[in-house]
Design a binder for this molecule. Structure first.
Ligand SMILES: [Zn+2]
Length: 158
């Protein structure tokens, strides 16, 4: 496992500043490193691309996967200027990154009104108690895709 490299975090922080100065998004930047080299770098682009999922970490993961032509980032490490939000944390697990280095904390983010705490709280609640209404329907119909997946031998598992 590589050691934490302050140059990589410096780059993530530079991207977070670039994001603000360019007016393209929130103050967040991230880079992905493999074998001691940056293979992807991104900053938040939520407001400039009208994409609420365009967080720095998500953008960097998409780039790294394109560069490596893979959907799993084993052997890669993420440097992000701020502790990941629940969405990005989920994406980080799905992408199977080896490790995350972060600079600002989620409390620092909350101080400037990027409050992930609400989402973390919602995740802890039973579905029926969340602020977001979620209604289950048509399970039998939907299960047909799951059965098809189970029965399919020639598939790309992940
Ligand atoms: Zn995020």
């Amino acid at each position: 496992m590589a050691q934490a490299n302050s140059q990589f975090m410096q780059e993530a922080i530079a991207l977070s500043i670039k994001s603000v100065k360019s007016g393209q998004g929130g103050p967040f930047g991230a880079v992905i490193v493999k074998d001691g080299e940056i293979i992807a770098k991104a900053h938040n682009q939520v407001t400039s691309t009208n994409d609420p999922t365009a967080h720095a970490e998500i953008m960097a993961i998409r780039q790294a996967c394109q560069v490596l032509q893979t959907f799993q980032l084993n052997g890669c490490e993420l440097y992000t200027s701020c502790e990941p939000c629940p969405m990005c944390l989920g994406a980080i697990y799905w992408a199977r990154l080896d490790r995350v280095y972060y600079a600002n904390t989620k409390a620092d983010a909350a101080d400037i009104d990027f409050d992930d705490q609400f989402i973390y709280q919602e995740l802890d609640l039973p579905i029926g108690e969340r602020q977001l209404p979620m209604v289950q329907m048509m399970r039998q119909e939907a299960l047909s895709a799951f059965q098809l997946w189970s029965q399919t031998v020639d598939k790309t598992e992940y």
